[in-house]
Design a protein around this ligand. Structure first.
Ligand code: ADP
Ligand code: ADP
Length: 226
């Protein structure tokens, strides 16, 4: 089955920037997929469209078979998004942030608390559950974003530059966590501009430059060419 099918996706922002110029891409269920490319290549725009934060200009996007034009709610339920910017309420506690997120998705409260304990513990945040988000370090905030995105148990986790600005030790532990989530069956798509990160984690890779997908292949075959 396909987790994601994108056909001829294009995005021109108001003002005329042609950020995505016709991208077609398929990601299989269970895959760990990297979108690699330099700043400004169109990675955030692409995942913004997939997760319906950004309006596309033309093209089609299907998430687990749900077309985002026709079955947006079903598509959204499949997706957990970890955007680059911290967009939680800084004055809420860690526990409130993740439990409320589950609430938005209709997860019963007692289940939300069970999941919160599980994910916050795995991400080494359980001790911080009663701290306001603003008191967390950058790395902790990043992990909080990941825990929050998992609270409705999405089939597809999308992360935009998840380890940007994170030190190497924490980066490694986040990688381990993501690998484990993927092994449990969650399809993962992340954007990165570190080839090393893609190499450590991903089975397949798409390289984006100037709004075009210039390569889409397995990590193995890419590395054999370098
Ligand atoms: P990446 O994630 O690969 O760094 P982006 O998708 O953020 O690339 O950006 C692609 C291009 O679109 C860049 O030229 C960027 O300046 C432009 N862009 C991104 N967001 C907006 C926006 N909201 N309005 C106008 N232009 C934008
Ligand atoms: P509020 O204004 O209530 O604090 P937000 O503006 O943070 O909420 O979010 C508005 C909606 O977008 C909520 O329904 C929330 O579930 C959803 N949302 C925000 N961030 C994410 C994310 N990272 N992943 C999935 N859904 C999100």
């Amino acid at each position: 089955a396909n987790a994601l099918v994108i056909e001829n996706l294009q995005k021109t922002y108001k003002g005329g920037v042609h950020a995505v110029k016709g991208i077609s891409l398929t990601v299989n269920q269970g895959d760990f997929f990297a979108l690699l490319g330099p700043n400004g290549a169109g990675k955030s725009t692409t995942i913004g469209i997939i997760s319906s934060l950004v309006q596309k200009t033309t093209g089609s996007v299907k998430v687990f078979g749900f077309d985002i034009d026709q079955q947006l709610e079903e598509a959204k339920l499949c997706i957990g998004l970890v955007p680059q910017e911290f967009n939680f309420n800084q004055f809420e506690t860690v526990l409130q942030i993740v439990v409320n997120q589950a609430g938005y998705y209709g997860v019963p409260r007692h289940i939300a608390f069970q999941r919160a304990e599980k994910y916050l513990s795995q991400l080494d945040l359980w001790e911080k559950r009663d701290s306001q988000a603003r008191a967390l370090s950058g790395g902790m905030k990043r992990r909080l974003m990941i825990a929050r995105a998992l609270m409705h148990q999405p089939k597809l986790l999308i992360l935009d530059e998840p380890t940007a600005g994170v030190d190497i030790e924490l980066r490694r532990s986040m990688w381990e966590f993501l690998k484990e989530i993927n092994q449990q069956g969650v399809t993962i798509i992340l954007t990165t501009h570190y080839l090393e990160e893609a190499e450590m984690l991903c089975r397949n890779i798409g390289i984006i430059d100037k709004g075009l997908l210039i390569e889409c292949t397995s990590m193995k075959s890419l590395l054999s060419k370098l």
